[in-house]
Design a protein around this ligand. Structure first.
Ligand SMILES: Nc1ncnc2c1ncn2[C@@H]1O[C@H](COP(=O)(O)OP(=O)(O)O)[C@@H](O)[C@H]1O
Ligand SMILES: [Mg+2]
Length: 305
């Protein structure tokens, strides 16, 4: 498998595609203005302390930019501010300082049209059928009935849920319930999809296959994807770039450019350079995770290689 993205493939940088290079390399967390889809600049988040002492400095200052159609994954130690970052990018939380821009407009106060969010927890409505779960957002938006039916049926088929349209979420596996949540977001045709550890509750095999599903829908929609995950293999397999965050307050310690082809799938995990990439991400993440749990490095087996 080549590590160079095919020209013209989803997420490709076109005729000026990067030169062939086998080793993954570091890049900036920012992108050129012409391809810019979303951007955080100097973003900081402080939360008031529960006991009224010093506030919790959760995030930043951090800069990040994603290209249109790019797949950007973020890994980082537990509690480093990943969900906070995603909430700010989605417009669900306001930064204490800094700016957030989506499609050249500042985000403030609400999730703008064009952004879809998928969370870790099963957010399906248990009292609605799969069909009604997926139709929920379109009905609320007042979409015409025929168009609603067309879109719901398309996404049910795409996500392999057509035979379960009349079932309730309680009768589905965890992986299928998460597919319902993804279909419910996709039916609104977002141009940027933000996912916060969406497969965290699934077993390893299901996670890898759900990763393939995510690649398939990324290619089919051409949407920009920002994925938060605690799984290094998932981030390295799926993304064009992998941002590795520091311990809290989270910033980027590294941004690895993966150079996978646009038509990649989970079989990439057996590629020798996959091990090289995950090894490098882990060496950074290991140091930051040790800091995050508050141990001296020597307590946990010395310096990483
Ligand atoms: N609403 C909140 N109020 C106070 N502290 C919060 C709140 N949300 C998150 N935090 C704190 O901010 C830090 C980052 O949280 P979070 O973004 O959820 O981390 P991650 O997703 O990386 O595990 C943690 O120390 C967490 O306790
Ligand atoms: Mg989180």
């Amino acid at each position: 498998m080549t590590l160079v993205r095919e020209q013209g493939s989803p997420g490709s940088s076109g005729p000026s595609a990067r030169p062939r290079e086998l080793a993954p390399r570091s890049g900036p967390a920012t992108v050129g203005a012409s391809k810019l889809h979303a951007q955080l600049t100097g973003v900081t988040k402080l939360f008031p302390a529960p006991s009224g002492e010093n506030p919790v400095h959760a995030l930043g200052p951090i800069d990040m930019a994603v290209e249109r159609g790019e797949f950007f994954a973020i890994v980082g130690p537990s509690g480093c501010g990943k969900s906070t970052l995603l909430d700010i990018l989605a417009g669900l939380a306001a930064p204490t300082d800094g700016t957030v821009v989506f499609e050249n407009k500042p985000i403030s106060g609400a999730v703008p049209p064009g952004i879809g969010v998928v969370f870790q927890e099963d957010a399906s409505f248990p009292w609605l059928t799969v069909w009604d779960n997926v139709a929920f957002g379109l009905r609320r938006a007042g979409l015409e009935r025929g168009e609603t039916t067309k879109r719901v049926e398309h996404w049910l088929r795409f996500m392999g849920l057509a035979d379960f349209a009349r079932a309730h979420p309680a009768h589905l596996s965890g992986g299928m319930r998460q597919r319902v949540c993804i279909a419910r977001t996709l039916v609104l045709e977002p141009r940027m999809i933000l996912l916060d550890e969406p497969f965290g509750a699934l077993d390893q095999q299901t996670r890898l296959l759900m990763g393939d599903e995510l690649l398939r829908l990324w290619r089919a929609t051409g949407a920009t994807v920002v994925l938060i995950t605690h799984a290094i293999d998932e981030a390295c397999m799926l993304a064009d770039r992998v941002g590795v965050m520091t311990a809290r307050p989270g910033r980027f310690a590294d941004v690895a450019v993966t150079r996978w082809p646009g038509d990649r799938d989970s079989r990439i995990v057996s590629d020798p350079s996959f091990g090289q990439l995950t090894g490098r991400v882990w060496s950074i993440l290991r140091d930051e995770s040790i800091k995050a749990i508050g141990h001296a490095e020597g307590d946990i087996g010395g310096r990483s290689p």
